[in-house]
Design a protein around this ligand. Structure first.
Ligand SMILES: *[C@@H]1O[C@H](CO)[C@@H](O)[C@H](O)[C@H]1NC(C)=O
Ligand SMILES: *[C@@H]1O[C@H](CO)[C@@H](O)[C@H](O)[C@H]1NC(C)=O
Ligand SMILES: *[C@@H]1O[C@H](CO)[C@@H](O)[C@H](O)[C@H]1NC(C)=O
Length: 329
């Protein structure tokens, strides 16, 4: 299987992280972590992972047992991963959704994201035990109301080509990017050891992340349990909007998150754990991540996993107010 060997080869050089693609599962206004039960939630999300995703996901239910398929290349990973959705705002005020494209290294998945579970850092397993998340665990990073970017784990890369890395900014790139915009979300990796969630979905975790997969340093005594450092990379294909004559005449940039953020500082991500059984723990315990017995599936199988659309509304664009979602028009 070409795909399988490719996935394994990618984990090989450093053996300190799992990196894999997950195709788009759904693009809908649902948010079972921040707004459970709300149909619709306040803003549009792009979601990848297992098909147990729904408006309400009871923490008492083990997603790893409930889901029956996943869009991720590791077929035992029924977790859900989601972020907001990017729009392009035309000069006449109408909005058009920006398509996503997959990391070409990881096979021809449909849209989606690249997911990382990093051990100590990108190049080392370290000596610290990495404890897997538990069923029911969820967390968020970032906040749609943040007005200034200060979290080094939440960044943008202006892609000259699909392999561009580095030169990260904490706001949207201010000029067209030939191969699109990569949105990067690093989650905190220090847990309080007790709570699967917290009222703001963040206080049960402590963020030591320095960004760019650097060693984040020791966890504090308040949050002593080291978890895998989860990260998302989403490639937004801005190509059709890169003609500068389409850009605002006042020099501002035209991209807007679905929660009405045209600076990009409010970028945020949601994570809901759902690996089957002890698969993730076994992988983290393996001294070499190439030596894990994690099961994989083909790109075709990953692309096939889907859920029903509960919130039936146009999402690809609108004349004016689709961002604020006070009714599409
Ligand atoms: C998701 O929720 C809807 C409405 O609450 C329900 O009809 C549907 O069965 C649920 N889907 C799953 C997979 O649980
Ligand atoms: C990006 O979008 C352009 C224009 O719509 C399209 O031609 C191209 O194939 C897309 N690139 C990828 C990698 O999907
Ligand atoms: C706004 O401009 C875009 C780009 O020219 C065009 O595709 C769209 O139809 C326009 N929308 C309205 C409401 O005129």
């Amino acid at each position: 299987m070409k795909w399988l060997s490719l996935a394994l080869a990618l984990a090989a050089p450093s053996q300190a992280y799992l990196r894999f693609g997950c195709a788009t599962l759904s693009v809908q206004r649902l948010d079972p972590v921040v707004q459970p039960g709300s149909v619709p939630s306040s803003h549009l999300h792009q979601i990848v992972g297992g098909n147990a995703f729904n408006a309400t996901m009871d923490p008492a239910v083990d997603v790893g047992n409930k889901a029956t398929c996943t869009t991720c290349s590791f077929s035992e990973d029924f977790s859900n991963y989601w972020t907001a959705v990017l729009y392009f705002k035309h000069q006449n005020g109408s909005y058009k959704r920006v398509p996503q494209y997959p990391n070409a290294l990881l096979g021809s998945l449909t849209g989606g994201m690249t997911i990382y579970y990093v051990q100590q850092d990108f190049n080392s397993n370290g000596k610290t035990k990495i404890t897997s998340f538990k069923p029911g665990f969820r967390m968020t990073v970032g906040s749609p109301t943040t007005a200034q970017g200060s979290n080094p784990g939440l960044r943008y890369t202006c892609l000259k080509d699909i392999m561009t890395r580095g030169s990260e900014t904490n706001d949207f790139p201010k000029a067209p990017c030939a191969a699109g915009i990569m949105a990067i979300h690093h989650f905190p990796a220090c847990w309080d050891g007790k709570n699967l969630d917290s009222p703001n979905h963040q206080d049960h975790m402590y963020n030591t992340v320095k960004g760019a997969f650097q060693n984040a340093g020791a966890c504090p005594s308040s949050h002593p349990v080291r978890m895998p450092q989860v990260a998302y990379e989403t490639m937004w294909n801005t190509t059709q909007f890169n003609d500068k004559s389409m850009w605002p005449k006042d020099g501002s940039q035209p991209f807007v998150w679905s929660f009405d953020d045209s600076k990009g500082y409010g970028t945020h991500g949601d994570y809901l754990f759902g690996w089957k059984g002890d698969a993730l723990q076994r992988a983290m315990d393996a001294t070499s991540l190439t030596g894990t017995d994690l099961k994989t599936q083909s790109v075709a199988q990953a692309n096939k996993c889907a859920i029903q659309t509960t919130v039936k509304e146009p999402i690809d664009g609108c004349k004016s107010s689709c961002i604020l979602r006070k009714g599409l028009n």
